[in-house]
Design a protein around this ligand. Structure first.
Ligand code: GLN
Length: 266
């Protein structure tokens, strides 16, 4: 009897030991987590569905990349102009936010491989002059002195206000109006508070589609040529390489195109 108890106790100790060791073995949970900084106000790349779930092209890519890397996925939704700072403060290890590669941002974060081409375009009321213009110079002339809305911290803001780092001269006499989201800027346009909105083309098409009786987008003129990439903390080459490899896999196995096509068709 004594022997059996001893044997049982030994077994219990062994099992506890293995469990603890096992936990520690694959534990390192902090490094096994992909913490994504984003701003869910940018359809079709990131937005929230009726149940508050983060969806969109970037969000599905995030989930597929986490799966490939064997990481748990954590989405941190914040204002767009906080995304880069979240990486700098090490509160996230990757930004997936329709984020445009720029020399200025490269001072604060590292970019992984580009995955999407993007352009700034102008949204206006259907009746507005900018909607009929078919060349860059005339469109810029029309924008001069106008009240122009954009989402804070985006390429559009730098384009309107001018920025050396981005090499944008700015639009002469434009009155810039920053909003917390593209949707809020569109609302201000519909209410007559501003004349135009400048925003990335693919989100622009989706915002306009929702209000097509009132507003329109000039897709003939691209104000900029940009590329989106996921960004990591400065010098986190290891994660960047892993993300690039996962992206490559998703491109090769067709999943990337499948995700893009689910949310957007040319
Ligand atoms: N591509 C733009 C930028 O990087 C806008 C991104 C966004 O609003 N999510 O500034």
């Amino acid at each position: 009897m004594k022997k059996t108890i001893k044997l049982l106790l030994t077994l219990v100790v062994l099992v506890i030991g293995i469990t603890l060791f096992g936990c520690r073995g694959n534990g390192n949970n902090s490094s096994k987590e992909l913490v994504v900084a984003t701003n869910c106000e940018f359809p079709p790349f990131e937005y929230t569905d009726k149940n508050g779930k983060s969806i969109g092209i970037d969000m599905e890519l995030a989930s597929e990349i986490a799966k490939i890397l064997g990481y748990d996925l954590k989405i941190k939704d914040m204002s767009f102009d906080a995304v880069i700072g979240a990486l700098e403060a090490k509160q996230a290890n990757v930004a997936m936010a329709g984020l445009t590669i720029s020399e200025k941002r490269k001072e604060s974060v590292d970019f992984c491989d580009p995955y999407f081409d993007a352009f700034q375009v102008v949204i206006g009321l259907k009746s507005s002059k900018a909607m009929e213009i078919d060349n860059y110079d005339d469109l810029i002339k029309e924008l001069e002195g106008k009240k122009i809305g954009f989402q804070n911290g985006t390429t559009a803001q730098y384009f309107v206000e001018g920025d050396e780092g981005w090499e944008f001269p700015g639009i002469n006499g434009a009155v810039s109006k920053g909003f917390t989201s593209g949707a809020a800027a569109i609302m201000a346009l519909r209410n007559g508070q501003i004349d135009y909105v400048i925003i990335d083309k693919v989100p622009a098409l989706q915002f306009v589609e929702k209000n097509k009786e009132e507003i329109s987008v000039n897709i003939d003129v691209h104000l900029t040529e940009e590329q989106y990439a996921f960004a990591v903390q400065k010098d986190d080459k290891e994660l960047c390489e892993k993300i690039n490899a996962a992206l490559k896999t998703l491109k090769e196995n067709g999943k990337f195109t499948e995700i893009v096509n689910k949310y957007y068709s040319d």
